[in-house]
Design a binder for this molecule. Structure first.
Ligand code: FES
Ligand SMILES: [Fe+2]
Length: 425
């Protein structure tokens, strides 16, 4: 993408939007969060077309291990399974006989997949192995009645699936340059200990997503839980250190206050490896996509992988968010914190302390997104107003718009429509 800086926007201090003038600065119509028609277009043109993260390889270490992901927005459930040959495969979780959902558990290990309804039996490779009372069927072609395959691929240990029977691009091409710039981060080592939360929130998936792709709210919403970790006298509004947009994805370097005064328990926690704000980092070991400006005030690198997967990386630890739309105003929200294997109880304590800090902060976000959604249909407002540091929000709404209107090559931005003659006060 061409980078154009205009003198006017630079002088106004709007440096991030000045980098991407093609995005415009118009208000965002809020009907994108309430329209059932929009939701159904997003289902058809986005979620049923793109690569979606469903788990990590550590959840499927052995032959026979399987992981089930119900994906309401794609109207399906998917089984990811490691075969006897060590390969990962994915299938629609649906029996070929009369459509029963084959596996009801979320995970497990099995040598085969029997259907609970009438006992049809499938191998780990999806082939139909056994049909009770087979001779009473009419011209049954067992070879053609295996499980329906789903495309699956892996990036840095993250397992992605694509529901589209003929994906338009490979996972590698889809993730593109942003993911390539993360190469070298020790995801495998840092993923030994995972803590997950899963919750249904009463809000549109983009309301939930947007609340995590800006930190403008940190100094206000999280002022009690994070009084000085991400704000300082010199940076009271948590201005990010850097932002970069990719055709569909986006990245931001988050500020951390190195003068943050930890409480006694935080001091103990930091000492054993858990972190909220770093005091120094190993510049040489971080890939170019992490803290690209090499700022000493850096805390986390936020990677927003379209449509709704966040990988938020710090040195030695990272966390993810995944948002799964259920309906226009309901979303499954999954968050996981990842740490290396604790070598002693002190490190374990430190990790536990960190995950509780994250949980408490996320609870503040969860309440807010539900309260926001609850008044969106009031008719009182028609637009959201975005400021310069909410660039990732604007970008991802433009990507959504591009994809549902058919300009889904990921390279063309379309401005949100502006109603003539309206004032925003
Ligand atoms: S629906 Fe699965 S065996 Fe009948
Ligand atoms: Fe937040």
């Amino acid at each position: 993408m061409t980078t154009i800086k205009t003198a006017r926007s630079q002088s106004n201090g709007h440096k991030w939007h000045a980098r991407y003038p093609e995005l415009g600065t118009e208000p965002l119509p809020l009907e994108v969060f309430t329209s059932k028609e929009q939701f159904s277009l997003e289902r058809e043109h986005i979620f049923q077309k793109v690569w979606l993260n469903v788990c990590r390889v550590e959840q499927l270490p052995n032959p026979g291990d399987y992981w089930v992901k119900d994906i309401g927005v794609c109207n399906t459930s998917v089984i990811v399974v490691r075969g006897r040959d060590g390969q990962l495969r994915a299938f629609h979780n649906m029996c070929s006989h009369r459509g029963n959902k084959l596996i009801w558990a979320q995970q497990g290990n099995s040598s085969a997949f029997p259907c609970k309804f009438h006992g049809w039996m499938y191998g780990l490779d999806g082939t139909l192995k056994f049909v009770p009372d087979e001779e009473k069927f009419f011209d049954l072609k067992k070879d053609c009645l295996g499980l329906s395959p789903v495309h699956v691929d892996v990036w840095e240990g993250f397992v992605f699936i694509n529901i589209d029977p003929d994906p338009q691009e490979t996972l590698q091409d889809y993730l593109g340059e942003m993911a390539a710039q993360l190469t070298g981060y020790p995801f495998a080592e840092c993923s030994a200990t995972a803590f997950s939360w899963r919750s249904e929130v009463k809000a549109n998936w983009k309301i939930v997503k947007d609340s995590f792709q800006e930190v403008y709210h940190v100094g206000c919403l999280h002022k009690r839980s994070l009084p000085d970790a991400f704000v300082s006298k010199d940076n009271p509004y948590t201005h990010v250190l850097d932002m970069k947009l990719f055709p569909r994805h986006g990245r931001a370097s988050l500020f951390g206050n190195v003068a943050h005064q930890p409480s006694p328990v935080q001091t103990l926690s930091y000492k054993h490896g858990s972190i909220l704000v770093r005091n120094g980092f190993s510049e040489q070991t971080l890939p170019v996509g992490i803290n690209p400006t090499r700022s000493t005030n850096w805390s986390f690198e936020l990677h927003v992988i379209f449509p709704a997967f966040f990988v938020v990386v710090s040195e030695g630890t990272y966390f993810t968010h995944q948002f799964w739309p259920l309906d226009v105003d309901r979303t499954i929200w999954e968050s996981t914190t990842y740490f290396p294997k604790a070598r002693n109880l002190a490190q374990r304590f430190s990790q536990e302390y960190s995950r509780i800090i994250f949980r408490d902060i996320f609870m503040e976000d969860a309440r807010t997104v539900e309260e926001t959604q609850s008044v969106l249909s009031s008719g009182a407002k028609q637009d959201f107003i975005l400021q310069d540091y909410e660039l990732l929000v604007r970008h991802s709404h433009n990507v959504v718009l591009n994809m549902i209107t058919g300009k889904n090559d990921g390279r063309t931005f379309v401005r949100a429509s502006k109603r003539a003659g309206e004032a925003h006060v």
